[in-house]
Write a protein that binds this ligand. Structure first.
Ligand code: COA
Ligand code: ZN
Length: 314
């Protein structure tokens, strides 16, 4: 059965993981004040999202926009049932995230050596060594997830062979990771590639929790979501308004847009648990927060259920 048969999607639960306050705000030209970050996260917490990536505990020199990570993580009002995650590149970041009670430590590394050096100033082996120490350090105090950047292509190295990704996932599984996110950092993935890689990972590690993180840099974001759904992926990172991008990946631009994604899968019959009207309302506040128009489309067109009166005389 394909995902296009009604029985395949009707009421099937999908998990939507919001990253606008991290992936989105990290690349904005201006710093979003802490109060506004906290207010947006608190509002997002009430929309039914499964997870919110609150911030990242990186070097404030590398990501000045998220230099207020502790303040944001400590000041948000947590809604039971929502997982509040922190993106972490190294042991230092892990210690900082644990000190303010992150529910989940989401470590990240690159699948390609070029992006690893540009983004983290580390080799992939160095990242893996950091992760070994992080697993020890976390020791049950928080959930663990590993995000693999450039898993579908690298703006420096080009093609990233699937075997290379599978090899790293094996290393992560061996270390004890039970959850992994495959990230298309600069929108290089195509649906066939997404279907094949996601299928391989799910087939090889059926017990692993696998999420997908797509950027719409080349207009393939939602097509890649459909391909991942076909392969059996049921959790997706997405960003309100379609904000987002890695500042150390040339040409990076916004994530798949949360409300556009929810709108599409709702229409297909999936159950996201997310209130689309609330998301749209929040998305429409983003241009004021970031000072420019944002890529989201449903926030402009309205949902497909929107109707207009017939023009006079029609
Ligand atoms: N939190 C806060 N400060 C940190 C830190 C962390 N997690 N890790 C390192 N630092 C500080 C060090 O203390 C040092 O500070 P100093 O210059 O005042 O002495 C400085 O950052 C450099 O430390 P170093 O260990 O030499 O790191 P680096 O310069 O090789 O950078 C990273 C490594 C990982 C810290 C840095 O590349 C980084 O934060 N990258 C983030 C990339 C990112 O978030 N991309 C977007 C998401 S895809
Ligand atoms: Zn991203």
């Amino acid at each position: 059965m394909t995902i296009f048969e009604p029985e395949a999607t009707q009421g099937k639960r999908l998990y939507i993981q919001e990253v606008s306050v991290r992936d989105g705000f990290q690349i904005e030209p201006t710093f979003v004040p802490t109060d506004q970050k906290v207010a947006l996260i608190d509002a997002l917490s009430r929309t039914g999202l499964a997870k919110i990536e609150v911030t990242s505990f990186t070097s404030p020199k590398a990501i000045p926009n998220l230099a207020d990570a502790e303040a944001v993580m400590s000041r948000i009002q947590r809604v039971p049932g929502v997982v509040y995650a922190a993106l972490v590149p190294n042991v230092r970041g892990c210690e900082r995230a644990l000190s303010c009670g992150a529910d989940e430590i989401n470590v990240f590394m690159s699948a390609s050596e070029g992006h690893s050096r540009a983004n983290l100033r580390m080799t992939r082996e160095q990242s893996l060594r950091e992760f070994e120490r992080i697993v020890q350090e976390v020791n049950g105090q928080a959930a663990l997830n590993a995000s693999l950047s450039t898993a579908f292509g690298c703006p420096f190295d080009g093609q990233v062979p699937a075997g290379q990704v599978l090899h790293i996932v094996q290393r992560l599984v061996d270390m004890g990771f039970e959850a992994v996110t495959l990230c298309d950092t600069t929108g290089m993935a195509n649906p066939a590639q997404v279907y094949q890689l996601c299928s391989s990972v799910l087939k090889r590690w059926p017990a692993l929790t696998v999420a997908a993180h797509f950027h719409n840099t080349r207009g393939m974001g939602l097509a890649n979501v459909l391909a991942a759904l076909s392969a059996g992926i049921d959790r997706f990172d997405a960003s309100l308004g379609g904000l987002g991008g890695c500042p150390f990946a040339p040409g990076a631009s916004g994530n798949v847009c949360t409300e556009d994604l929810v709108h599409m899968v709702d229409a297909m019959g999936y159950d996201t648990g997310v209130d689309l009207a609330m998301l749209l309302e929040l998305a429409r506040t983003l241009p004021d927060i970031v000072g420019h128009d944002v890529p989201g489309q449903v926030m402009k067109a309205g949902p497909y259920t929107r109707r207009w009166p017939l023009p006079d005389g029609a």
